[in-house]
Design a protein around this ligand. Sequence first.
Ligand code: NAD
Ligand code: LMR
Length: 333
Amino acid sequence: MVKAVVLGAAGGIGQPLSLLLKCNPLVNELGLYDIVNTPGVAADLSHIATPAKVEGFLPPDNGLAKALRGADIVIIPAGVPRKPGMTRDDLFNINAGIVRDLATGIATTAPKAYVLVVSNPVNSTVPIVVEVFKKHGVFDPKRIFGVTTLDVVRASTFVSEILGDLLLASSISVPVIGGHSGVTIVPLFSQSSHPLPSDFAKADLETLTKRVQFGGDEVVKAKDGAGSATLSMAYAGAEFASKVLKALKGEAGIVAPSFVHLSSDAAGGEAIRKEIGTDLDYFSVLVELGTGGVTKLRPIGKVTEYERSLIDAALPDLATNIDKGVAFIQSPK
Ligand code: NAD
Ligand code: LMR
């Protein structure tokens, strides 16, 4: 029996993500928590003819704890999205406190659940969740994930467009490493399962790289004040959750990209730090998943000179974003 919980379930991402989870045959129970509207969302979803039992919760009467009780996987898309002209870091002041409070709820009620963090800025909100879990003595680096799947989904889609075959999109895999904002997003097209055309110009590669790095801005601009990516994010979040659930159920060979803590030497964290040439505690890498969460962090492997320059450019911003998240819990102002 698997219970999935969505925190922020009534939002732009939360609703379609909850729909996709309701349709996932691996989910038996779905808990929906938000500060508004979850009874309606739950009632609506509950009429869908799939096995998952759905229940909605609001803050009164310990709603958060009730939603989280017995959770195996918790996905957090709660918080405010960007408007044009904003960076993801501009969301920190509001979203950091929201994520801290929700993480406290998980650490006290469902400390063994897998936690998938969607709320931005992911480079800071993941460290916030980790620090809250450390404070409660329940931190396990194998179970806390920053969801960066949308970057990979975008990279795969754009490569399929270049190759002129949209049918390929879902089978193309491009590792995207680093973090989840602007220059911290580092797509490794040299490692794409489907290589770019051999005559692909350097200038075009730079344009493609920028498009992945700033794909979020493309959507924010097009939505013109009405928020950021929701539907593609729900798709990406459901894809990542599905991989975690398949691994949890014992399926072998599951690999997914995620922004994770590099603390586990056994899983290859130290080797990755050496490869990158950094002492950062977090990085998005390809993660091998098993029944207990992360089993191995895959080495980054061979990169081109251009990709190496992108990794170097990502490190300062990443360090600042991570430190800001850690400080928010360790030394709150
Ligand atoms: P939204 O405003 O449509 O929905 C957010 C929901 O969170 C709302 O329903 C709101 O009521 C709820 N909420 C606010 N405070 C809460 C609390 N304390 N507890 C529970 N729920 C609470 O926003 P959205 O478009 O769904 O985006 C949500 C977040 O996801 C944003 O921070 C956005 O930047 C981020 N995001 C991340 C990625 C990614 O790739 N990781 C992609 C897209 C968006
Ligand atoms: C995205 O990449 O679409 C999300 O992180 C939302 C945003 O603010 O761009």
